[in-house]
Design a protein. Structure first.
Length: 349
């Protein structure tokens, strides 16, 4: 069931993202929007599905282990392996903005965790931060080099993302009115939808539906199998989430980052990991905390949380100190940090 759960989750996510991307292109959605939403969030679908399933069953330790463990695996395991394969170079603007936001996300999570649980109002803060992050990227897409972390903080606290959403909505409404004013039929404004139907939209929608079914069943099988394995090995569900579930649900990020490293796309390899880590905490943790309060165990407070902050800071410092590059020796160091920490956690029990 565990193996089948992983298979259904990962392949279901692949087909879902591919079909959704095709639909978006047929409807004229800009490439950068597809990248920021479908592709970035798409690699986090396994974490989302498995964490929501765990939240529904009340497995709090498994949720924390999965999401925080995925963040650790993304940096230590995935970037470590990718950097061993090839040197990864990241754009300075991405580091000064997205890299710092990633560190800020795990630090905020840990601050909330000190209260003993991630509650619904904390989840709303996480979701608003993720909305602000996506809107900030869209707003600054043409001037990315001019914006850094402090600009995002100002953007969030001044509630400018609400204005960005409002402006986009108003623009769409005006475009619709212009379409009607030009005498186009009711579906005239949606000619792209009609064209998309002719180009196989129904097939893509069917694929999305089947993919969602696979993801739901995959998450159910994964959680059931993980809890069975925890009982069999007499270890906590948090440790299973931190190791097997976290690594398994991070396989899409591993595939993307290794492929990007081989093709010398350092920005994509590192950006994929940073974007996924931000989505894991702001988006997925936010959604799960709305389903039920997520209690925090001592292991997360004393070991997992601090180590995740540490390895995130190490990644950012390596990029800052070495001309925004991660070379082979850095990859070995990140991988060694991750493996040693996991060995310590299993030794601890």
């Amino acid at each position: 069931m565990l193996a089948l759960g992983f298979l259904l989750l990962i392949k279901g996510s692949d087909f879902l993202v591919e079909a959704a991307s095709r639909i978006a292109k047929k409807l004229g959605v800009p490439e950068f929007v597809i990248g920021l939403t479908l592709v970035a969030v798409g690699t986090s679908v396994p974490e989302l599905a498995s964490s929501v399933a765990a939240a529904g069953k009340g497995y709090d330790e498994l949720i924390i282990g999965n999401l925080v463990g995925s963040n650790m695996a993304n940096i230590g395991l995935i970037l470590g392996i990718a950097a061993i394969i090839a040197t990864l170079k990241i754009d300075r603007a991405m580091l000064k903005r997205d890299g710092y936001i990633m560190v800020g996300a795990i630090a905020l999570f840990y601050l909330f965790a000190l209260t003993g649980a991630i509650r619904w109002y904390m989840g709303i803060v996480f979701l608003l931060l993720y909305l602000a992050y996506v809107m900030f990227l869209i707003k600054t897409k043409d001037s990315i080099e001019e914006h850094e972390f402090r600009d995002f903080v100002d953007y969030f606290f001044k509630l400018e993302y609400i204005l960005t959403v409002h402006n986009h909505a108003v623009r769409r409404i005006r475009e619709g009115r212009e379409s009607r004013r030009r005498g186009e039929p009711v579906f005239g404004y949606h000619r792209k939808i009609y064209a998309a139907f002719k180009e196989g939209l129904v097939k893509d929608l069917l694929i999305i539906g089947l993919s969602l079914v696979a993801i739901v069943f995959g998450a159910e099988y994964l959680i059931t199998g993980a809890m069975w394995l925890a009982g069999l090995l007499h270890i906590s569900s948090g440790l299973i989430g931190l190791s097997i579930v976290a690594v398994g649900t991070s396989l899409p990020e591993l595939s993307v980052s290794i492929t990007a490293a081989v093709k010398k796309y350092g920005d994509l390899a590192v950006g994929n990991v940073i974007g996924s880590n931000i989505a894991n905490l702001f988006l997925i943790m936010g959604i799960c905390s709305l389903i039920r309060p997520i209690s925090i165990d001592k292991s997360t407070l004393y070991f997992v949380g601090p180590f995740t902050i540490l390895i995130s800071l190490v990644l950012v410092m390596l990029l800052l100190k070495h001309d925004h590059k991660i070379v082979r020796k850095h990859g070995i160091a990140l991988l060694a940090m991750y493996l040693l920490f996991m060995a310590f956690m299993f030794w601890r029990g």
